[in-house]
Ligand binder design. Structure first.
Ligand SMILES: [Fe+2]
Length: 192
C-alpha cells in the first residue's frame, strides 16, 4: 500500500475541539487513505486487463484526485493544529503575510472571511512557488480549483463534519478555536 494513515491522536484534548469530533474526523481521514490506495490498485489492474477505454476507468481516474487530495489536505490540516499562541512578529511568515496583504491583521481577516463563506470546502493559504506570492484560496470539493504550482501553507477544513458536532451552525466560533490551536511552527516550515 503506497499510503498509510497517520496518527493524530496527539490532538485529542485540544481546547475547543471535543474528542468525539476529532475521532470522527480521524476516521473520515482514514477512509480517504484507504480509498486512495484502493484506486491506485484498481487503476493498475484495469490497465493489465485492457479496460482503459471503459467509462469505469475514467471514473476511477476522476475519483483519484478527490480521494488523494482529501487524504493530503486532511494531513496538512491536522498537522497545522496542536500549537499554542499566535504567530511571532519576527517570523518569516509574519513578515511575508504583512508584505503581501498590507498587515498580518488584514491577512487574518481575509482568511477567516474565506473560511466563513457559504458552502462546504477548504480555506487555504497558498504560496505561488514561482513568485513566492501568498493567496487565500477557497476550494470546494478537493479535486477542483487548486492553483497549479502553489504550496499549501495553512489549511482550514470547513466541511460540516469539521465543526458541527461541537459548534452546530456557529462556524465563526469554530474558526476562532482553530486559530487558537494553529501550530505556527509547522506552518512556517511550509513557506519558501
Ligand atoms: Fe475534514
Amino acid at each position: 500500500m503506497p499510503y498509510n494513515a497517520k496518527d493524530y491522536s496527539r490532538l485529542l484534548g485540544m481546547e475547543g475541539f471535543s474528542d468525539t469530533l476529532l475521532k470522527n474526523h480521524f476516521t473520515l481521514y482514514q477512509g480517504y487513505v484507504t480509498n486512495t490506495n484502493k484506486l491506485i490498485e484498481i487503476s493498475s489492474l484495469m490497465v493489465k486487463e485492457g479496460k482503459t477505454g471503459s467509462p469505469e476507468f475514467a471514473e476511477v481516474k476522476r475519483r483519484f484526485g478527490w480521494e488523494f487530495n482529501g487524504m493530503r489536505l486532511h494531513e496538512y490540516y491536522f498537522e497545522n493544529l496542536g500549537g499554542r499562541g499566535g504567530l511571532g512578529k519576527n517570523t518569516k511568515l509574519f513578515k511575508k503575510v504583512s508584505e503581501d496583504f498590507g498587515s498580518y491583521e488584514a491577512w487574518e481577516k481575509e482568511f477567516k472571511a474565506v473560511g466563513a463563506m457559504r458552502g462546504i470546502g477548504w480555506a487555504i493559504l497558498y504560496q505561488d512557488h514561482l513568485t513566492k506570492q501568498l493567496f487565500n484560496f477557497w476550494i470546494n470539493e478537493h479535486d477542483g480549483g487548486h492553483p497549479s504550482g502553489c504550496t499549501p501553507i495553512l489549511i482550514l477544513d470547513v466541511f460540516e463534519h469539521a465543526f458541527m458536532i461541537d459548534y452546530g451552525l456557529k462556524r465563526a466560533d469554530y474558526i476562532e478555536a482553530f486559530f487558537k490551536n494553529i501550530n505556527w511552527k509547522t506552518v512556517e516550515e511550509r513557506i519558501g
